[in-house]
Ligand binder design. Structure first.
Ligand SMILES: NC(=O)c1ccc[n+]([C@@H]2O[C@H](COP(=O)([O-])OP(=O)(O)OC[C@H]3O[C@@H](n4cnc5c(N)ncnc54)[C@H](O)[C@@H]3O)[C@@H](O)[C@H]2O)c1
Length: 389
C-alpha cells in the first residue's frame, strides 16, 4: 500500500517533475529526482529552495517545514538509486520512443511491486506500458501546470493496468490534497480533449472574420464567465505547446474534423510568435500589455459564447457517451483542471439540451461539415426532453 512512508521517484527534473516532487515532499513522502541533465537537476534544486522560501515569507509554511521538505528531497543522475522507490512518476520529454526506453530501463532496477506512472499529456499509456515486462503496473498520473497550484490530477489506467494499482495511486494522490479523476486511455484524456473547442472554435470564428481576437476574448469572459479568453490563454500557454497538443489530439483521432487545427495558429508557431513569452502571439506584448479594444456588441458576443460553448458541451457529451469518464469526473476535470466557471454537462442542463442540440443542428446545416455533428447521447437526451443530471 502506498502512504506517507512510500518513496517516490521522479524521472525528469523539468517544470512538471520539479512541481510533482514538491507536492509529494510537502506531504511527507521521501522523493528522489533523476535527470540525465546535471544543469536541470541543479536548477530544480534551486527552484525548490526559492519556491519554499516564498511560501515561508508568505507565512504559508514554517522554516522547519521548509527544511524538512528539502531534507527528504534528493537529486541524482543515477537511476540505480530508484531501487527503494514504491512509485515512480516519469516527466521527461514528450517522445514515445524515449519514454518506452526509460520505462524498460527503470523496470530492471525497481522492485516487483513498484508502480510506474507517466505524466504524459498526449501519449498512449498502453503503448508506454508495452515496453515493460509487467505492463499491469504501468498507469498514467497526469498533473497540470503548475503542479504545485493546479488541483486536478487525471489517473489513467492502460488497457492492461491492474485496477488495484489505480485505487492505490488515487488514494495517495488524494492524500496529497489533489482532486483526482479517472480517465480512459484515449487522446487528451479528459481535459486536453474536452477543452479543444475552446481554442479551435474561437479560431474558426476569427478565421471566418466573424469577430476579431479581442472581441472573442471579451465575449467569452463577459457572457461566459471564463477567467481568460481563448486568444489570451493560447498566448499565455504558448503556441509551441497549445498548437502541438491540438495537432497531436487531431492526428491521434484519425484526423476527426472536430479536432482540426487552425492554419493561423500554425503560422504563428512557424514565425516563432509563441505568445507572451516571445513578446508576440495573437497579440503584441512588446509595449507592455496594452491589448486591442473589443467590439462590445452584445448580440455578437452572445453568438460567440453560444457557439463555442455548444461545441465544448458536445465534446464533453461525447466523452461521457464513449465511456472515457463519468459525468461527475468530466465536470470536475474542467473546473479543477482549466478553471471553467461551471462543469460543462451541468451547464448544458442549465441551457436546456434541446437548445444546445438545436444550435449544433443549425451549425451543421450551415457548414455541412462533420465537425458540427451532434453527439448521439446529447441528441437522444434532447429529443427525450431529459438532462445529464
Ligand atoms: N509543461 C506542461 O504544461 C505539462 C503539463 C502536463 C504534463 N506535461 C508532460 O510532462 C512531461 C514533462 O514536461 P515538462 O514541461 O516538465 O518538460 P521539461 O522540458 O520542462 O522537462 C523535461 C526534463 O526531462 C529531462 N529528460 C529528458 N530526457 C530524459 C531522459 N531520457 N531521462 C531522464 N531525464 C530526461 C530533461 O533534461 C528535462 O529536465 C511531458 O511528458 C509533458 O507532456 C507537461
Amino acid at each position: 500500500m502506498l502512504g506517507t512512508e512510500s518513496v517516490i521517484g521522479i524521472i525528469g527534473s523539468g517544470a512538471m517533475g520539479s512541481g510533482i516532487a514538491q507536492v509529494a515532499a510537502t506531504s511527507g513522502n521521501k522523493v528522489i529526482i533523476y535527470d540525465t541533465n546535471a544543469d536541470a537537476l541543479k536548477k530544480s534544486k534551486e527552484n525548490l529552495n526559492a519556491s519554499l522560501t516564498k511560501l515561508v515569507e508568505k507565512g504559508k509554511i514554517s522554516e522547519t517545514k521548509k527544511n524538512e521538505i528539502i531534507a527528504i528531497t534528493t537529486y541524482s543522475n543515477f537511476l540505480n538509486n530508484f531501487k527503494e522507490c514504491n512509485l515512480i512518476i516519469e516527466a521527461i520529454v514528450e517522445k514515445l520512443e524515449i519514454k518506452k526506453q526509460v520505462f524498460s530501463e527503470v523496470e530492471k532496477i525497481v522492485s516487483d511491486n513498484c508502480i510506474l506512472a507517466s505524466n504524459t499529456s498526449s501519449l498512449s499509456i498502453t503503448s508506454i506500458a508495452s515496453a515493460c515486462t509487467k505492463p499491469d503496473r504501468v498507469i498514467g498520473i497526469h498533473f497540470f501546470n503548475p503542479a504545485t497550484l493546479m488541483p486536478l490530477v487525471e489517473i489513467i489506467p492502460g488497457v492492461g493496468s491492474d485496477s488495484k494499482i489505480i485505487n492505490e495511486a488515487k488514494k495517495l494522490i488524494d492524500s496529497w490534497g489533489k482532486v483526482t479523476v479517472i480517465a480512459k486511455d484515449t487522446p487528451g484524456f479528459i481535459v486536453n480533449r474536452v477543452a479543444r473547442p475552446f481554442y479551435s472554435e474561437a479560431l474558426r470564428i476569427a478565421d471566418e472574420q466573424i469577430a476579431d481576437y479581442a472581441t472573442i476574448d471579451w465575449a467569452m469572459k463577459e457572457f461566459g464567465g471564463f477567467k481568460m479568453g481563448p486568444f489570451e490563454l493560447m498566448d499565455l500557454i504558448g503556441h509551441d505547446v497549445n498548437y502541438v497538443v491540438t495537432e497531436t489530439v487531431w492526428t491521434q483521432f484519425y484526423y476527426d474534423p472536430r479536432f482540426k487545427p487552425s492554419l493561423s495558429q500554425k503560422r504563428l508557431l512557424e514565425a516563432g510568435f509563441l505568445g507572451k513569452k516571445s513578446g508576440r502571439g495573437f497579440y503584441n506584448y512588446q509595449n507592455g500589455e496594452v491589448l486591442p479594444e473589443p467590439k462590445k456588441d452584445e448580440k455578437l458576443g452572445k453568438y460567440i459564447l453560444n457557439r463555442v460553448l455548444c461545441m465544448l458541451i458536445n465534446e464533453a457529451a461525447d466523452t461521457l457517451y464513449l465511456g472515457i469518464a463519468s459525468k461527475e469526473d468530466i465536470d470536475l476535470a474542467m473546473t479543477k483542471g482549466v478553471n471553467y466557471p461551471k462543469g460543462l454537462l451541468k451547464w448544458a442542463d442549465e441551457c436546456g439540451l434541446a437548445n444546445v442540440y438545436s444550435n449544433l443542428k443549425e451549425l451543421y446545416a450551415k457548414y455541412e461539415e462533420d465537425r458540427y455533428r451532434a453527439c448521439v447521447l446529447l441528441k437522444q437526451l434532447a429529443v427525450e426532453n431529459k438532462a445529464f443530471y
